[in-house]
Design a protein around this ligand. Structure first.
Ligand SMILES: Nc1ncnc2c1ncn2[C@@H]1O[C@H](COP(=O)(O)OP(=O)(O)OP(=O)(O)O)[C@@H](O)[C@H]1O
Length: 732
């Protein structure tokens, strides 16, 4: 094409130079230039013939004609010649210098028009093109949009890089699905009415908000990048939107994203270069807020990110409990280590506890208190700490330890808690001391708590019985809560809301609760509770062999006996290992240098987390020396005593009764009789020298501990003795 132009120029120049005129030299040059310019910008037949393609029919439908014309990059100014080409359906005139496109009036069947990168300022100053479907007017100088009502087939309109300051007169384009108005000077979205737009681009304008988009119900892709948008209110109505680009705007707060969150189809959100990105945990927050996102800020959202965000903002109870447990353990480890002597009969035998759980207001607290009041010789209330103020009639140290938030936090840092949780706006926590307090009286510790507390308690070394108390008649439950005049409306709502949480946990986690009781009728619930407790307590007795067993039973027993004996005689490798390690763990006591008093009660240690490292070093020391500390010896004594009791068939105490059922469920030996097989089952004679050695040593120390007191069984009452490395005893 360039060659042709040069050819034309060359053709004209020699003609003029061949016939010299009388006119002055300067004038001649101007004229010549003018001719050259006009010719340069004028569309010629040759150009047209070069640009034509695609065979089709003319308007009469009788002749074949070429109906696509492509004339890009020709520096065209004058395209009037196109008036002759009325049959064109596709016309490409991009990258020219065209200002006037009125010739389009003569091409009524045009379907596709590209006049981008020209000098057009009079937008659509021609008869409406009824069949026009795609029009590209980008990179021109169009200041405003004229009435497009006649362009009834227009589907795609590109007006990027023009001088538009507002959107107008598009409302009648009932077919318009794609509109691009990027890089104009639009300050406000208006007049888009009910356009059936699917894809709208307003990139690079001067928008401050997204108002005016509400009615675009079909929109799926929205580009609002590079504006000054601070609020995206209104966007929430665009239910089909799946991609929104808000890059380089002024969205400040996570809160501002609430409109985006409501978009059900959204999968791709771009917030790059917005101040909101600087927020702590921004990415995980947004991923959590809209869990349907698959691309955020042009980066794929990974499964790991989705899981992390969920764990961060709406963690499953297991995670909350694990975090709570870790926190309390870490604080506990950071404190001087304390040995609890009375809580555990042996390291393998959990201290018996009864925990009632259920939604607030189901009267589990009342049930616990009533049980402990009526059966005080067996049960005691574990008194939790709370930051909530006492209700009328409640007493500090009886119903709760009522503390300030600061006091509560101090206790956390001091490692006092086994578990903590926030319920409503108040903190609740169970201290190790609360359990210890009850254990000191040699009775079962009874507690009541919310579900989160149970999850946390299950992470601890304790193995309580868990009883779920659940309202089944919600109306009745609400009436009860209201009648107490204790609870506010939000409290009642919260409690009611949480009922399904309990029933769902019970359904989904088989065995999570040991028993479930309906709380609809208080007295009935109490009766059921008593029955359950009785079953726990007396289960073993019921199962004891009768004095005169039936013949068949006796026969069966006869058959089983040799098998049992065989098993007893040959402790498995695991059992030997288990016993070895339990004795080894006792040697951790060696580390505790200061013994406040000689142990006058059977001393057992719970393997506190803090003692793990010490245990290994103590073990090493113990391996090197066969000398035993006083506490080690006392611990060994108690094991020997338990083993002896097991052999002679002595009845276990209340604790072991309560936990009999539990033993079958968990692998731990959970009754006083369930000592490791290598001790109780091996039926080996006890080493009398060790016993004598211990007694001698205690006497030598002037501690007056006799073998009787060392061997006193756990049911003798639990005198709590804290043996600490430092001198600071635990405050209770
Ligand atoms: N340490 C704790 N850990 C977890 N939850 C606890 C703890 N202590 C108490 N809770 C529970 O916190 C909730 C609020 O306690 P609050 O004493 O106000 O309840 P309540 O009105 O007495 O409820 P209920 O009638 O069920 O006993 C109750 O469900 C209670 O069981």
């Amino acid at each position: 094409m360039e060659d042709e132009l040069q050819e034309q120029q060359l053709m004209s120049i020699p003609e003029e130079s061949a016939e010299p005129s009388d006119q002055p030299e300067t004038l001649k040059t101007e004229e010549q230039e003018e001719i050259i310019e006009v010719e340069e910008g004028v569309l010629t037949e040759e150009m047209v013939s070069e640009g034509l393609s695609h065979l089709g029919l003319d308007l009469t439908g009788q002749h074949h004609v070429l109906c696509h014309l492509s004339l890009p990059n020709l520096s065209l100014i004058n395209i009037h010649l196109l008036c002759k080409y009325a049959h064109l359906v596709k016309l490409e005139l991009q990258h020219n210098n065209i200002e006037d496109i009125s010739c389009l009036n003569h091409i009524p069947h045009l379907i596709y028009l590209d006049v981008s990168h020209n000098e057009i300022s009079n937008f659509f100053q021609f008869q409406p093109l009824r069949y026009l479907q795609v029009a590209d007017f980008s990179h021109n100088r169009i200041p405003d949009i004229k009435d497009l009502a006649g362009f009834c087939c227009l589907r795609k309109l590109n007006l990027d890089y023009n001088c538009l300051s507002e959107v107008s007169d598009l409302k009648d384009c009932s077919m318009l699905t794609h509109l691009s108005l990027a890089y104009n000077k639009i300050t406000k979205i208006s007049n888009l009415g009910n356009l059936p737009l699917i894809d709208l681009c307003l990139r690079g304008n001067q928008l401050h908000c997204t108002e005016g988009l509400e009615k675009l119900q079909n929109i799926q892709v929205l580009d609002l990048s590079r504006n000054c948008i601070t609020s995206i209110s209104g966007i929430q109505n665009l239910r089909l939107l799946y991609l929104i680009d808000l890059e380089k705007n002024q969205i400040m707060e996570i809160e501002d994203l609430k409109y985006v969150i409501e978009l059900p189809m959204l999968t791709n959100l771009n917030l790059l270069d917005n101040p909101v990105q600087e927020h702590h945990n921004y990415r995980l927050t947004v991923i959590f807020l809209h869990q349907g996102l698959s691309v955020l800020d042009n980066k794929k959202v990974t499964v790991e990110e989705k899981v992390s965000s969920k764990n961060m903002f709406e963690p499953p109870m297991d995670i909350v409990a694990a975090k709570d447990h870790i926190m309390n353990m870490v604080h506990q480890m950071a404190q001087p280590q304390v040995l609890y002597q009375s809580t555990m009969p042996t390291p393998n035998t959990p201290y018996p506890m009864l925990v009632l759980t259920g939604p607030e207001g189901c009267r589990k607290g009342d049930l616990v208190r009533r049980l402990c009041r009526e059966f005080g010789e067996h049960f005691g209330v574990g008194i939790c700490h709370t930051t909530r103020p006492p209700y009328s009639g409640e007493k500090n140290g009886v119903d709760y330890h009522f503390v300030s938030e600061e006091e509560f936090q101090n206790l956390v840092v001091m490692g006092k808690f086994i578990l903590t949780m926030q319920y409503g706006s108040h903190l609740f926590g169970l201290t190790r001391g609360a359990i210890e307090e009850v254990a000191n009286h040699g009775v079962v510790c009874c507690l009541h708590m919310e579900l989160e507390g149970i999850f946390s308690l299950k992470k601890s070394c304790f193995k309580p019985r868990y009883i779920l108390l659940i309202p089944t008649a919600i109306e009745k439950f609400i009436i009860h809560m209201k009648s107490t005049n204790r609870y506010t409306k939000p409290q009642i709502d919260l409690a009611v809301q949480r009922v399904p949480l309990y029933s769902k946990t019970n359904e989904e986690r088989k065995g999570f609760f040991d028993n479930v009781i309906s709380s609809d009728n208080y007295d009935e619930a109490y009766r059921t509770l008593l029955e359950i407790v009785k079953v726990y307590m007396y289960a073993e007795e019921e199962e004891e062999p009768q004095e005169e067993p039936q013949e068949e039973e006796a026969k069966e027993k006869e058959e089983e006996k040799p098998r049992e004996e065989e098993e007893e005689e040959k402790p498995s490798e695991e059992e030997v290992e288990e016993e070895k390690s339990s004795i080894e763990s006792d040697s951790s006591l060696r580390d505790f240098e200061s013994v406040e008093e000689p142990a006058t009660t059977p001393v057992e240690s719970e393997s506190l987390p803090g003692t793990t490292v010490e245990a290994s070093s103590a073990k090493a020391q113990a391996d090197l020396s066969c000398q035993k500390t006083l506490i080690e010896l006392a611990s060994l004594r108690k094991r020997e005593e338990l083993a002896r009791e097991a052999i002679v068939g002595k009845k276990p105490g209340l604790h072991s009764h309560l936990f009999k059922q539990h033993t079958s469920e968990v692998s731990h030996a959970t009754s006083a009789l369930d000592v490791p097989a290598s001790l109780g089952g091996s039926v080996e004679p006890l080493d009398g020298t060790l016993l004598a050695q211990t007694t001698e040593m205690l006497k030598d120390c002037g501690m007056g501990l006799d073998s009787q007191s060392i061997l006193r069984p756990e049911s003798d009452g639990h005198k709590n003795r804290e043996v600490t490395k430092s001198t600071s005893p635990e405050t209770r």
